[in-house]
Ligand binder design. Structure first.
Ligand code: ACO
Length: 333
């Protein structure tokens, strides 16, 4: 429930990506694939890959600092940092490390995990803290280094993913620019896309066994995830639009999780949204998971494509399975 007439404005964006570029031709020297296959099936040409010296915290902090500067704030204005990620540097969480790197000494910080839906789930979560009056300035970062968890021998998955971070600052405002949202999860399909714990049994005593292990590489049933995305994403955007009391024709920009150009095109076509209104940068970055929406948003804002007051329909979807949509107006003017 909204309180005290408080609304949110999304006041600034930032992003950061690693410098190493992995092209389709590079991949064709690692697995049995080709630029032609990858380009025509996914739209991806290049992706940025973190080196072994780059941490998730560093990428997230750089994106966060850029967003804070774009919002015209200082680090110690930030009350809360939410880091949406599935590839934490530390299973206990990376957000506090980001808080320290940024110097956001007044901010509480925590991680949120919802795979490629993480940014949209984070946007809705952050908004609740503003609606209740608890916080006024929140830094939301989506950041992932999926390259750490890719099986580089699996041509069906290794061609898809890249690394990066994107961020926005949400601010308390008299007028609410989050016009509508909807979130969904379906754990019954969890097995379609996993980065799962892999246990080794470790007998401690005669009757107590624990497990020790790590995580196995990403496994995905591509066809099922594709079908799921094309079926569920238009529905959840329509639900969020209904809650916003808007028609699809009122959307200035369709900003989907950058998974596959064919998914972007199919969703736009089902909603009758022309391709000129669909934001796509996956040719350069591939699927950067929780980072893909805020990186694409930041690029479109900085290039002048997205202008203050524009209405954006954002939708994330992925492992869990999870999916969500948020309809919001850009900027605080
Ligand atoms: N190069 C060449 N051939 C390949 C490659 C490759 N990289 N990968 C698969 N193939 C082959 C397959 O072996 C198969 O061959 P076969 O017909 O002889 O068996 C053929 O190409 C077709 O394979 P499909 O899996 O049917 O290919 P499809 O057109 O479905 O594309 C893809 C695969 C790109 C993975 C697609 O299914 C997709 O994008 N799925 C959705 C993924 C996604 O959106 N994930 C989002 C969430 S990510 C997250 O939450 C972390």
């Amino acid at each position: 429930m909204k309180n005290l007439g408080l609304g949110i404005a999304i006041a600034g964006s930032g992003s950061a990506t690693p410098t190493q570029v992995l092209s389709n031709d590079d991949l064709s020297r690692i697995v049995d694939t080709s630029d032609e296959w990858i380009s025509s099936r996914t739209g991806i040409k290049n992706r940025r890959i973190a080196s072994n010296e780059e941490s998730l915290a560093d990428l997230a902090a750089r994106a966060g600092q850029n967003a804070i500067a774009a919002a015209g704030l200082a680090a110690d204005d930030i009350d809360l940092i939410i880091l949406a990620t599935s590839t934490s540097d530390d299973l206990f969480g990376t957000a506090a490390r980001v808080q320290h790197l940024i110097g956001a000494t007044q901010a509480a910080a925590f991680d949120l995990t919802a795979a490629c839906s993480g940014f949209v789930f984070g946007l809705v979560t952050a908004s609740q803290f503003i609606y209740t009056g608890a916080y006024r300035n929140i830094l939301l970062i989506g950041a992932d280094i999926l390259s750490r968890w890719v099986d580089w021998n699996d041509r069906a998955t290794c061609i898809l993913f890249g690394d990066g971070a994107g961020a926005v600052v949400l601010q308390a405002s008299d007028r609410d620019r989050l016009l509508g949202f909807a979130l969904s999860s379906d754990g019954s399909q969890n097995q379609e896309l996993n980065l799962a714990y892999q246990a080794q049994p470790n007998p401690l005593t005669d009757n107590i066994t624990t497990s020790t292990g790590g995580y196995q590489a990403i496994t995905m049933n591509g066809r099922e995830v594709y079908r799921f995305a094309v079926a569920k994403v238009p529905d959840i955007i329509s639900k969020a639009l209904f809650r916003a009391n808007l028609e699809a024709s009122a959307i200035d920009w369709l900003l989907l999780h950058q998974a596959n150009q064919r998914i972007l095109d199919a969703v736009a076509s089902r909603l009758d949204i022309p391709s000129e209104k669909t934001i796509s940068n996956l040719a350069n970055y591939g699927n950067t998971s929780a980072a893909s929406i805020p990186i694409a948003l930041d690029e479109a804002v900085r290039s002048g494509k997205i202008k203050p007051g524009d209405t954006i329909a954002a939708s994330g979807f992925g492992a869990g399975l999870t999916w969500g949509a948020a309809i919001f107006q850009w900027g605080k003017e």
